[in-house]
Unconditional design. Structure first.
Length: 124
């Protein structure tokens, strides 16, 4: 598993690796189905949240391999971070799960190719 998109910076990303007994497809569902994700992460992906609550947004993914989420707080008082989940077949027939949690400032997030950026308009 490679750390695609990570940059060297002042903050060191937190890295964890686990060998799970669950099949790869089941782990992928737990990482991507919003109803399942919110059971073990602090928010439901893409959901609107009240001020002070955590917000979780999908940045990008490659099905059955990895997914990256942006984690932020609704009020904006907490620095954003990026959490990357990578899965691969495990040696014992289960799934190997790697989690990298890094400050957003140390992770390169490619711009959307389709121009989904928000447009800001000013009154003249």
């Amino acid at each position: 598993m490679t750390d695609r998109g990570e940059r060297q910076g002042a903050a060191t990303p937190l890295r964890f690796e686990f060998e799970l007994e669950a099949p790869l497809a089941k782990v992928w569902r737990a990482l991507t189905v919003p109803e399942l994700v919110e059971r073990w992460l602090p928010a439901r992906p893409g959901a609107e949240v009240p001020e002070g609550a955590f917000r979780l947004d999908v940045i990008d993914s490659e099905p059955d391999r990895w997914i990256r989420y942006r984690l932020s707080e609704g009020s904006g008082s907490m620095a954003e971070s990026v959490v990357t989940f990578r899965i691969a077949p495990g040696e014992a027939g289960g799934t190997r799960l790697a989690i990298v949690h890094a400050p957003a400032s140390t992770v390169h997030v490619p711009a959307a190719a389709n121009g989904n950026a928000r447009t800001v308009m000013r009154a003249a």
